[in-house]
Design a protein around this ligand. Structure first.
Ligand SMILES: C[S@@+](CC[C@H](N)C(=O)[O-])C[C@H]1O[C@@H](n2cnc3c(N)ncnc32)[C@H](O)[C@@H]1O
Length: 228
């Protein structure tokens, strides 16, 4: 009986969490999130949104790695629901793996004038379509440069920038110290098995745990931790 009550309570909690996500992410915003180009399946996007809601209770949200704005829609909606804002940092020139000849290159995102990647115009349209221009603040820069000058404690940090080991660790080192006590750290593309994907985000997750961040959940390759 006690076990049944406990499992009912767990299910109620899960249902409540799912309902919170749905009531704070209306159908048209969700439709934009789903159609924007990016690398985030819907279940991870919804989990990211829920983590963003928790973080927004502590302070502003910041993501490293905007790309075309897919995760920024999930997180921007969380920022709006929590009365906060999302800062999203990207130089919009693509990561190593987005460049010509690499696995995640998209010729539609190349500036014809220069032949360089440029995701900024697409991101801008995504925010306009999602009606999130007033809560999502784009920062057009290298993440480590901004991190060096950043002073505001964060309620939520999402690391989804470059996936080369030195780049991902530099992002962690530049930004993890800005997460406020009780704040949330989310890391994307965490694969424990090298057969499933690159190891850099997993190394960042291991480093975060060693530094005292407490693992709170996993959805696909998305890992969520809380600052003690
Ligand atoms: C995996 S994509 C981000 C995907 C995005 N979060 C989404 O949901 O679609 C990585 C992005 O990080 C950016 N990036 C890579 N290294 C960076 C750096 N050092 N500073 C700023 N942005 C960087 C790239 O330009 C690219 O747009």
């Amino acid at each position: 009986m006690a076990a049944t009550s406990a499992s009912n309570a767990q299910r109620d909690h899960a249902t409540a969490a799912a309902e919170v996500a749905i009531s704070s992410l209306d159908a048209s915003t969700l439709a934009v999130a789903r159609r924007v180009k990016g690398f985030m399946p819907d279940d991870e996007g919804l989990a990211l949104h829920r983590a963003g809601l928790l973080g927004a209770e502590v302070g502003p949200l910041l993501e490293i790695g905007t790309y075309c704005g897919k995760s920024a829609v999930y997180l921007g909606a969380a920022a709006r629901a929590g009365g906060s804002v999302l800062f999203t940092v990207d130089h919009h020139r693509g990561s190593e793996e987005n460049q010509a000849g690499w696995e995640h290159h998209d010729t539609e995102l190349v500036d014809d004038r220069t032949g360089r990647m440029d995701t900024l115009p697409v991101f801008r349209r995504s925010m306009e379509d999602a009606g999130l221009e007033d809560v999502v603040v784009a920062i057009l820069a290298s993440s480590t440069t901004v991190g060096r000058y950043w002073r505001t404690p964060l309620g939520f940090l999402f690391i989804d920038g470059g996936h080369a080991e030195d780049v991902a660790l530099a992002d962690y080192e530049s930004w993890a110290g800005h997460v406020a006590p009780g704040g949330i750290l989310a890391i994307h593309d965490v694969f424990e098995d090298p057969a499933d994907g690159g190891q850099a985000p997993f190394r960042v997750w291991q480093r975060a745990v060693a530094d005292g961040f407490v693992p709170k959940g996993t959805t696909g390759s998305l890992r969520v931790l809380r600052h003690a």
